[in-house]
Design a protein around this ligand. Structure first.
Ligand code: UFG
Length: 326
């Protein structure tokens, strides 16, 4: 059945791909975004309501005007370093405002949520691949704020019957293959956009944060997963909630790690350009290796990432960066 989904944070990187994914599958989309970090130009599928999820009155108006089948919640502050420097801001936005949203959903009888969580809930990895049983010991306020919301969702399932899926993304990357929407943050701290801007000359030379990590080539290893594969997992999670009560969580990654040097090499191969870079000190808060075990998402949601290799992910990101409109 077609659903009407409120996509909170739908003007942002992952949320805008989600809005498109839903609309192109004939679901009805309303985007709610305060445009603090999102882009008006990225909202092309569904209407935009410009509001903050922390504003209960605004939420009452939004929920009062429509009958949503579910909420997808992508709004968050998401910079690890900034969260260490300003934890109050992170707990206010990521936990406090989420509570305002959850309470509005309850007031208006909306009982389904897909929530953006993160590998950062796990802290320092204790195993080569991280599955859902891995201990959750976040090492920064960003990860802690997401872990707190996961706990709130579990309690809300018991108390109020809220159905939820928390999806813990590893490293989201790539862009819609037609290059119309993509990743655009200011400041940009993520590896793939920084590598491509260095390749295209639209940004400075890349800074590689450490080449003395305990990894095969000394640079950090991450599990890159395409943004449309994340959108696919969200829609599957929504269908999953038709049959499942309770609070659920799944890790989303390809299960293969690539080092920073391997990302640079792949981007050079895809772009045909040399990427200037310098080796810098390690960045605070970075774990050496983060790789997902996503067997449960595969089994429970039937999720199979369409982009299971690095080059095609980078290729879509490059197309966006070369044609960037916002
Ligand atoms: N890196 C560089 N140079 C850069 C940017 C990044 O060397 O200019 C390195 C980082 O040190 C890290 C790797 O590239 O080793 C990936 O860094 P990103 O910033 O792209 O991604 P992170 O792994 O730090 O962060 C991502 C999400 C966070 C989330 C985290 C853990 O962006 O929101 O995964 O889940 F918290």
């Amino acid at each position: 059945a077609k659903k009407h989904v409120l996509v909170c944070g739908g003007a942002g990187y992952i949320g805008s791909h989600m809005a498109r994914w839903l609309a192109e599958r004939d679901h009805r989309v309303t985007v709610l975004d305060d445009l603090s970090t999102g882009h008006r130009e990225a909202v092309r599928w569904g209407e935009l309501v410009e509001a903050d999820i922390g504003d209960a009155d605004a939420l009452d108006r939004v929920f009062g005007n429509a009958r949503f089948d579910a909420v997808m919640h992508f709004c968050a502050r998401s910079l690890v370093g900034e969260s260490v420097a300003d934890p109050y801001a992170y707990y206010t936005s990521n936990v406090g405002s989420t509570l305002v949203l959850l309470q509005a959903m309850r007031r208006h009888g909306v009982d389904r949520l897909v929530f953006s969580s993160t590998a950062a809930v796990f802290g320092q990895p204790q195993s080569a691949r991280i599955d859902e049983d891995h201990p959750r010991q976040p090492i920064n306020p960003y990860g802690a704020s997401k872990a707190m919301v996961e706990r709130i969702l579990a309690d809300a399932a018991t108390a109020y019957g809220l159905r939820s899926v928390a999806l813990r993304y590893f490293n989201a990357a790539g862009a819609s293959p037609d290059g119309v929407i993509g990743e655009s943050h200011a400041p940009e701290t993520h590896l793939v956009p920084n590598v491509l801007r260095a390749a295209l000359g639209t940004g400075p030379a890349l800074k590689v944060f450490g080449d003395d990590w305990p990894t095969p080539d000394g640079t950090c290893v991450r599990d890159y997963v395409h943004v449309d594969d994340l959108a696919d997992a969200h829609l599957r999670a929504l269908d999953f909630l038709d049959a499942q009560a309770g609070a659920h969580a799944f890790n989303l990654g390809n299960g293969t790690g690539f080092s920073v040097r391997e990302v640079i090499a792949a981007a050079e191969a895809v772009s045909g350009r040399a990427i200037p870079y310098s080796i810098e000190p390690r960045r605070a808060g970075d774990p050496a290796v983060l790789v997902a075990a996503s067997d449960r998402a595969r089994a429970a949601l039937g999720w199979r990432p369409a982009y299971d290799r690095l080059e095609p992910i980078i290729e879509t990101a490059l197309r966006w960066h070369a044609a960037q409109s916002f």
